[in-house]
Ligand binder design. Structure first.
Ligand code: C2E
Ligand code: MG
Ligand code: MG
Ligand code: MG
Length: 289
């Protein structure tokens, strides 16, 4: 509701906009201390292998519990951290914490588990990123293919050349990269072809209405077939129903992630989930008496 006041000047900010930017400023200030006050944690969500039913990979998802505001969504605070530059420090903490957790899980009977970590486009532009990742992997004695970096199509928007160079460097080191929220961004197929992408994550907006929308079914099946032809794997995001799962499995999607299997959980709860899942799979394979 920007409007002209009596002196013919624009008021650019409505009261709602002012309240919003006040909150953003307050969040930015608290975020500065969130790390040292241990308000940030990681939750983990499983990606289920659709052939074996086992947990193939877990995605680390950042959580911020603020003493005054309660849970603040990453969809709200990550853009703030990107604007203020704090995302670099936070992103490094996420990588280190997720890899430490993966080390612990690999040591406790899950030797093939892999960890997916979301990277901001800002982190991806840091020239030292490939080196830093190699350093963290060696610190935790993990092979490079234990890590999957989730990138959005936004990484390539401002500077496709640098994005391709960084992907080449990471790929040369053996680190895997996934294209997150695939189909919602602005990247072109000619860019995708040059990217060293291991896996396409089919955005949940295409998965949500698979049961009702023939167009979404056509899009999802086309993405899976294209990925197969390009030698990429596919993971469907936001799988909430058995019906969606059935369709995805029939189409040859490799893995699925969503509330149908599990919400993102704290590390201890995720560990119980994985053990239970493995025990059930073993029981199913035992011969009937
Ligand atoms: P994303 O990487 O695409 O993560 C998937 C989001 O979908 C997560 O939201 C997850 O909780 C949610 N989700 C999972 N299964 C379902 C489902 O069945 N139905 C529905 N409706 N939603 C589901 P979350 O945790 O709120 O994260 C939102 C976004 O914030 C992430 O989207 C990612 O882009 C970003 N993010 C989270 N953690 C980090 C991080 O450590 N670093 C960076 N740079 N970004 C992060
Ligand atoms: Mg992700
Ligand atoms: Mg996603
Ligand atoms: Mg997303």
């Amino acid at each position: 509701r920007a409007k002209l006041d009596g002196r013919n000047t624009f008021r650019f900010f409505t009261p709602e906009m002012q309240a919003q930017s006040a909150r953003a400023l307050a969040l930015e200030n608290s975020l500065r201390r969130a790390l040292e006050r241990e308000q940030l944690t990681l939750h983990y969500q499983p990606q289920i292998d659709l052939e074996t039913g086992l947990v193939q990979s877990v995605e680390a998802l950042l959580r911020w519990h603020h003493p005054h505001w309660g849970q603040v969504s990453p969809a709200e605070f990550i853009p703030i951290a990107e604007d203020s530059g704090q995302i670099l420090q936070i992103g490094d903490w996420v990588l280190r914490t997720a890899l430490a957790q993966l080390r612990a899980w690999r040591d406790s009977g899950m030797p093939h588990l892999t960890m997916a970590v979301n990277l901001s486009a800002i982190q991806f532009r840091e020239p030292h990123l490939p080196e830093r990742i190699a350093q963290l992997l060696s610190e935790f004695d993990l092979p490079p293919d234990a890590l999957e970096l989730e990138l959005t199509e936004g990484v390539a928007v401002s500077d496709p050349h640098t994005a391709v160079t960084t992907m080449d460097q990471l790929h040369a080191r053996g680190v895997r990269m996934s294209m997150d929220d695939f189909g919602t961004g602005y990247s072109s197929l000619s860019q995708l072809k040059r990217f060293r992408i291991f896996k396409l994550k089919i955005d949940q907006s295409f998965v949500r209405d698979l049961g009702q929308d023939a167009n979404d079914r056509a899009i999802v099946s086309a993405i899976i077939r294209m990925a197969q032809a390009l030698g990429m794997r596919t993971t469907a995001e936001g799988v909430e129903t058995g019906e969606q799962l059935h369709f995805l499995r029939n189409e040859g999607c490799h893995s699925a992630q969503g509330y149908h299997f599990s919400t993102p959980l704290p590390a201890e709860a995720m560990e119980r989930f994985m053990r239970q899942r493995a025990a059930e799979a073993t029981t199913e394979l035992e011969p009937a008496h």
